[in-house]
Design a protein around this ligand. Structure first.
Ligand code: ADP
Ligand code: MG
Length: 454
């Protein structure tokens, strides 16, 4: 019966295998999709949205700015004080996790929730007169696919990451927010609408002008980068002064026959709120890695007696295993894998496991996370190739700013991503590429872009 469990793991390892040759195919497919998206070909999976962010922060911005950051798991309100590059950014921040009822309610509940959090944040500031009679400006990080119409407007295309609020689709999210803010008596102007990838790019750029790509590895996954406006066939209107614009790739929706997809991914996708969509995201981001592992463990439980006579109710519960748990299992360095034993017992009611069984569980985490980190690296390489960076003859330094708890808190993931970049780019070229954790870049970036466009 142990053999049956081992077979499941062997098959998983084979199905998840992503050797360099395969990752190069993924990078090439990603690059081709990006080019198609820039031409606006209907068939392209990646939308390559022109963000209308033409002024990235320079470090010369000054004053107080607010930001709202709606990710997939958390919601943040912040106020920053900018006083030039030499002085650190002073921040005041509040964070709440998004209540599940909000994620599947209606638009006015969602925007009411956001506006009321902003109203109490402002109320807590008291009568500080830092604004005197100046207009308060706000940047809004809304990390879902939006069709941008200008720097501060855009309509929601579709929901991802477990959100499903049907009446918000097709609406201008800034107009909705502004209405809700008025109802809550908050007087502020929304100066910029962005998403977390664009925000991370901007926050990275504020400190380092060689930042050219922003990547999110949190609940979901996305990337944004700086593109020459003249290289975008679908660009309409006057070219920006800088010649550059920021493209929000929405790479989470990438899919390709070269992706190492398993039966678990297929089942997860089929039972998700958005089947057939966000295939790349579902293979790599924090909302899904734990769920993939759970499905593998369930298969083992149904095909072997490895876990003993267990009640499978817990193991059959969707999303019971978060990616933070996978990280804890994976990093257990106790000799007898005590943390693995505890997590299995507490979270899944799998008790009295042998050391061999615990090792097998760790291996499953390793397989799933390794695939994820390697695919994320392949996506980054696809973008670098698209913009001619880190290729022979390119002398420029290219920095990739990354935000999100998966990257921030999962060391094995982060190290694997970094190793894979070197593997794919080669020792020499990879020396010109740096990866930089840009903590809370998504929210800070919104304030910075609001400042740069105010
Ligand atoms: P958001 O996507 O809302 O901006 P985060 O960047 O914090 O939020 O990402 C949240 C995701 O990160 C969740 O899916 C969660 O499972 C995952 N996560 C949180 N902590 C860890 C951790 N220690 N290791 C790996 N993943 C984590
Ligand atoms: Mg975030």
């Amino acid at each position: 019966m142990v053999a049956a469990a081992e077979r499941v793991v062997v098959e998983l390892r084979e199905a998840c295998a992503a050797p360099a040759a395969r990752l190069n195919e993924v990078a090439a497919a990603m690059e081709a999709e990006m080019r198609a998206g820039l031409r606006e070909e209907g068939g392209s999976k990646i939308k390559m949205i022109i963000s209308h962010v033409e002024n990235l922060p320079t470090g010369n911005e000054e004053g107080f700015f607010y930001a709202l950051d709606l990710g997939g798991t958390n919601f943040r309100v912040l106020r920053v004080q900018l006083a030039g590059k030499e002085k650190p950014v002073a921040k005041r921040e509040s964070k709440v996790s998004i209540p599940p009822r909000i994620m599947s309610g209606n638009a006015s509940e969602l925007f009411g929730f956001i506006a009321s959090a902003l109203a109490s944040f402002v109320a807590d500031e008291g009568r500080s007169n830092v604004f005197e009679d100046k207009q308060r400006e706000l940047g809004f990080t809304f990390s879902f696919p939006v069709r941008k119409t200008s720097i501060a407007s855009g309509t929601l295309s579709y929901w991802t990451k477990g959100f499903k609020i049907d009446d918000a689709v097709g609406k201008d999210v800034v107009a909705e927010l502004q209405t809700a803010m008025e109802k809550h008596g908050v007087e502020m102007r929304v100066a910029a609408l962005i998403n977390d990838a664009v925000g991370t790019l901007a926050a990275g750029r504020y400190n380092d002008e060689d930042v050219v790509i922003g990547v999110i590895l949190g609940t979901g996954s996305n990337a944004a980068y700086v593109e020459e406006a003249s290289a975008i066939p679908k660009f309409e209107g006057e070219l920006p002064k800088s010649g550059n614009t920021v493209i929000n790739t929405e790479w989470g929706n990438f899919s390709s026959s070269c992706l190492p997809i398993t039966e678990y991914d297929q089942a997860l996708d089929k039972e998700s709120l958005n089947p057939g969509e966000q295939i790349f995201e579902k293979m790599i981001s924090g909302m899904y890695l734990g769920e993939i592992v759970r499905r593998v463990l369930l298969k083992i439980a149904s095909q072997s007696t490895l876990f003993g006579e267990i009640n499978q109710t817990k193991l059959e519960t969707r999303d019971i295993l978060g990616t933070d748990n996978i990280s804890a299992l994976h990093h257990d360095d106790t000799p007898d894998l005590r943390i693995v034993a505890e997590k299995l017992a507490d979270n899944l009611k799998i008790k009295d496991t042998s050391l061999e069984t615990r090792k097998m569980v760790v291996e499953i985490c390793d397989i799933v996370t390794t695939r994820s980190a390697r695919l994320a690296a392949a996506g980054i390489v696809g973008i670098l190739r698209k913009i001619g960076r880190a290729v022979p003859g390119d002398q420029r330094r290219s920095v990739v700013a990354i935000d999100g708890s998966l990257f921030d808190h999962y060391a094995e993931f982060r190290q694997c991503l970094e190793r894979t970049l070197v593997e794919l780019l080669g020792e020499e070229a990879s020396r010109s590429v740096a990866v930089k954790l840009t903590k809370d870049g998504s929210g800070l970036g919104a304030a910075l872009i609001a400042a740069a466009h105010s």
